[in-house]
Design a protein around this ligand. Structure first.
Ligand code: NAP
Length: 285
């Protein structure tokens, strides 16, 4: 039995959609069964549980042999993920797939990658089989940029000359579903997959150019003030910790400490390229 966490979110939701499309039955651990109710008609078994409550997690893990672990960034992420790993090990889980991030590189001082590193370490030390799936910067981070670009003529972000590789987070879900259903799944055990889409590594001038081509007007990159930017995106974050953590991560990208790195892993394993930034942005118009 497969268990997914996070199906009411981006990656877990994308994984769930891809599994449903393949006709695969699975169980989903959800905090709120009403919020996830639409999945039931697709044959998904919902189990109400919360990663804050190990007893509920244990219930969700009964008869499960592989599980996807996805949590949002928060000050609790490291604690909840390492607790899930402990409970999974005690419950006899044999294979755990964790959604992580390619910025999780030793030497980082940024809270989000540090939490991923701690959870990755716990997984690799657990004795369970594991796979780390680490999609690069989501294209969805530019979801609202099209509208703003049309009105201001700018892409305003405090990213300096930092670079990113980009991934459509729906591709990341399809990738995880592929691993979970691969008849030769053992080849994915104890592997770390950094995945990206087909675009070359880009700086934010390059990204502004693609946005401009999609909206049909020149868009310039505005390397705006980091503090002011943090204030504008503050309403989209859960709390001050989250806002500060994202600002820290962006600062590491801006000063070149975590440069984008394109990989061919998605193409090799899926046998086809992921979606490009242009294709993603065009799908929004
Ligand atoms: N943004 C990027 O560019 C990027 C790139 C690479 C990796 N990442 C990583 O992606 C991850 C986030 O994935 P996402 O975008 O899919 O997150 P998301 O859309 O915020 O979804 C998070 C899911 O976790 C569930 N959840 C939260 N707290 C829970 C708890 N205590 N117990 C059980 N379930 C809980 C949520 O359920 P509810 O509906 O109940 O809240 C939701 O389904 C982060 O770890 C981040 O570092 C992000």
């Amino acid at each position: 039995m497969i268990l997914l966490t996070g199906i009411t979110g981006n990656i877990g939701g994308a994984t769930a959609r891809a599994l449903v499309a393949r006709g695969v039955k699975f169980r989903a651990l959800v905090r709120d069964t009403v919020k996830a109710a639409a999945w039931v008609e697709h044959g998904v078994e919902l189990v109400q549980a919360d990663l804050e409550d190990a007893t509920s997690v244990k219930r969700a893990l009964v008869s499960v042999n592989c599980a996807l672990l996805v949590l949002p960034n928060s000050e609790s992420q490291e604690r909840l993920e390492t607790s899930f790993v402990r409970t999974a090990k005690e419950s006899g889980l044999s294979w755990i797939i964790k959604l992580s991030s390619p910025e999780a590189i030793r030497g980082t001082e940024s809270p989000i990658p540090l939490a991923h590193i701690a959870a990755e370490d716990a997984i690799m030390a657990s004795g369970m089989k594991w796979t780390l799936v680490r999609p690069s910067f989501y294209m969805q981070n530019f979801r609202s940029s099209l509208k703003t670009a049309r009105t201001t003529g700018k892409l305003s972000m405090p990213m300096g000359l930092g670079t990113v590789a980009l991934t459509d987070n729906q591709d990341a879900g399809a990738f995880i579903a592929h691993l979970l259903t691969d008849p030769h799944a053992a080849q994915h055990h104890d592997r770390c997959y950094d995945i990206t889409g087909p675009d070359p590594v880009m700086n934010f001038h390059d990204i502004a150019k693609v946005i401009g081509e999609v909206v049909g007007q020149p868009i310039t990159y505005d390397d705006c003030d980091a503090k002011a930017f943090q204030e504008t995106i503050r309403p989209f974050h859960r709390n001050q910790w989250h806002s500060d953590a994202v600002a820290h991560l962006f600062a590491e990208i801006a000063d070149g400490r975590t440069p984008g790195r394109k990989t061919d892993t998605f193409q090799k394993i899926m046998g086809q390229p992921g979606r490009s930034l242009r294709e993603y942005l065009q799908s929004l118009t």
